[in-house]
Design a protein around this ligand. Structure first.
Ligand code: GUN
Length: 280
């Protein structure tokens, strides 16, 4: 039987509807949450993501602004923008869209974002809090996936959770969030010797590599929950995730589609974090 799809678009709309309540409560205190996005260069995918983030803010009454810098911007120029936003009282959340053009020191720029405005959860202080098991700003993509798991009533305690991909933005924080719910967590990397031997054990399988088709149906445990973070474009321009959807769908219990899966949840959780930063 084909897996049930977890509809990220519908769930994100539900989360954004809850956000509206938060925005109204803040309005009663005279606060309008504000998000600033720093976009350096002209990466078309980044531009599309930023557009989605701005649109989501608009739908719930969160103020947003995009500060655009050319790909040739210097480290000092980017840092100057971040410092100005740190001091801007109308801005509660700051997001530096990644990846940054080569030549810029990403770690130094993320470190400059004031921790209290770090709605991406990428500042070392917030990452440290996550390691400690509690954080005000969980990174948006992993936080969105946890909401998806909760939406289907997934029981995580004691279960095998396997995360393929150990990026700082998705894989590592997702591993920590799953660990926080008492799952038995395995993080796989591009060096993992026998990937299928790990993925086949997974009750919850998160795939966040950026390579289409890396997980096929024969690598999935029957009934598993499979969350696909990948966004890849095929030669004929089609948007696909990291899993071979057709074969995985035949084996898994639940699966997230691409598009309309994890992506919209990332955006919704950014709005949640921005409202939190504003005091909501
Ligand atoms: N690029 C891809 N995903 C993300 C994200 O979650 N936050 C930021 N800032 N950049 C990204």
């Amino acid at each position: 039987m084909a897996a049930q799809r977890i509809d990220g678009k519908a769930l994100a709309e539900q989360v954004l509807a809850e956000c509206r309540t938060g925005v109204d409560a803040l309005a009663a205190r005279g606060i309008r949450p504000g998000l600033a996005v720093v976009l350096v260069g002209d990466n078309p995918a980044s531009r599309a993501y930023v557009r989605n983030k701005v649109r989501a803010c608009g739908t719930v009454g969160v103020h947003s602004e995009v500060v655009e810098l050319p790909a040739t911007a210097s480290q000092a120029e980017v840092l100057e923008v971040v410092r100005r936003l740190n001091g801007d009282r109308s801005i509660h959340g700051i997001l530096v869209q990644l990846p940054l053009p080569s030549g810029l020191d990403e770690a130094a720029i993320l470190a400059e974002v004031m921790a209290a405005k770090d709605v991406d959860g990428f500042h070392a202080l917030n990452r440290g809090d996550l390691l400690g098991g509690h954080t005000r700003f969980p990174p948006c993509t992993p936080a969105g996936m946890m909401r998806m798991l909760d939406s289907i009533g997934a029981k995580l305690s004691g279960k095998d959770a396997v995360v393929v991909g150990r990026s700082n933005t998705v894989g590592k924080p997702m591993g920590l969030l799953l660990l926080g719910r008492d799952a038995t967590v395995t993080l796989c990397t591009s060096k993992t010797l026998d990937l299928a031997s790990h993925t086949r054990r997974a009750d919850v399988l998160v795939v966040a590599v950026g390579r289409a088709g890396i997980v096929t149906g024969d690598m999935v445990k029957p009934g598993a929950i499979v969350l696909d973070v990948g966004i890849n474009r095929t030669a004929d321009g089609k948007l696909v995730g990291d899993i071979d959807f057709g074969s995985v769908e035949q084996v898994a219990g639940y699966v997230t589609p691409v598009p309309g899966g994890v992506g919209p949840m990332t955006v919704a959780m950014l709005v949640v974090n921005t409202i939190e930063a504003a005091g909501g």
